[in-house]
Design a protein around this ligand. Structure first.
Ligand code: NAP
Length: 260
């Protein structure tokens, strides 16, 4: 079972979660993936209205197991009216509450943060956060973190995308802000071309995917990595990377070298 880490005061989550971009934007059901994920100790699922049918498919897959899950989703629009419509839709899918509601890619941050704070006051939202995928926006994200309005941020971090090491991760640690790690496999590209030789045993893992997740989670400033998968068995594989022991600095350097 993945180790539990503190996302916000009084809120602990397993350090391996699951993203839904592309993988849950489907006509059919993803109940098999969600069932496997919950069985493996993955509780946190991340979605967005940007991901087409994903919120609806995730809500249907959770069904009467909603209480076992921690749902993170996002508002993604410039308009307040459309933001409210997105929130009404999400709340319908997720049993009337969202555990972590994030402003997607800092789109209309002031408008949407105010909406999310209202929903939090009404008890429909537990935590409020913001996401961005681009280092060009990390300055704006850091400024928002300093405002005291965010419980958590979501940013990319993997051996090929390490910009968050400069400001975002130190700031999150200093301010006690949770960190969700998007794109742990660089959108799968770190897995499509795997190293010809890798001593997985020396890293205490069985697969290259687990080595990459362990590389991320060995930085204890990361609260939860959220790999996406369309294969039920991979939820189990990914969850197992969330168990200690963690990699030391030599082991991390070895993985980073192989991934580059
Ligand atoms: N701006 C934002 O807020 C933002 C931006 C990007 C992403 N995100 C969030 O972060 C989540 C994760 O990022 P991502 O989906 O871009 O990419 P990712 O998780 O880095 O990579 C996903 C890819 O990895 C493959 N994969 C997963 N586990 C595997 C395993 N054990 N072995 C081999 N292949 C494996 C999947 O293929 P299979 O389906 O074949 O397993 C999929 O193609 C998203 O789903 C989304 O929730 C947020």
């Amino acid at each position: 079972m993945p180790e539990r880490r503190r996302l916000a005061p009084g809120v602990d989550v397993p350090c391996v979660g699951m993203g839904t971009w592309q993988t849950f934007d489907v006509d059919g059901s993803r109940a098999d993936i969600v069932d496997n994920a919950l069985r493996a100790g993955i509780e946190l699922f991340d979605s967005s209205p940007m991901y087409g049918r994903a919120e609806r498919v995730l809500g249907a897959a959770l069904a009467d197991r909603r209480n076992e899950a921690f749902v993170a989703t996002k508002i993604w629009t410039r308009s307040r009216k459309e933001g409210k419509a997105q929130a009404e839709h999400a709340l319908r899918q997720f049993g009337g509450r969202v555990d972590l509601y994030q402003v997607h890619n800092l789109v209309a941050t002031d408008v949407q943060l105010a909406l999310l704070e209202e929903l939090r006051e009404q008890g429909k939202v537990r935590l409020v956060g913001a996401t961005h995928y681009s280092p060009a926006s990390f300055g704006a994200l850091a400024q928002l973190m300093r405002s005291g309005r965010l419980d958590a941020v979501q940013v990319p971090y993997n051996p090929r995308e390490r910009e968050v090491e400069r400001e975002i991760l130190p700031l999150a640690e200093e301010l006690g802000i949770g960190v969700l790690v998007m794109r742990p496999f660089a959108q799968g590209s770190l897995l499509r071309r795997q190293p010809a030789v890798c001593d997985l045993g020396a890293l205490g893992v069985e697969t290259w995917a687990q080595a990459l997740l362990k590389w991320i989670l060995s930085d204890l400033r990361c609260t939860c990595a959220i790999p996406a998968t369309s294969k039920p068995g991979r939820a189990t594989e990914n969850a197992r990377a969330g168990e200690p022991p963690w990699l030391d600095s030599d082991q991390r350097a070895y993985v980073a070298r192989l991934a580059s």
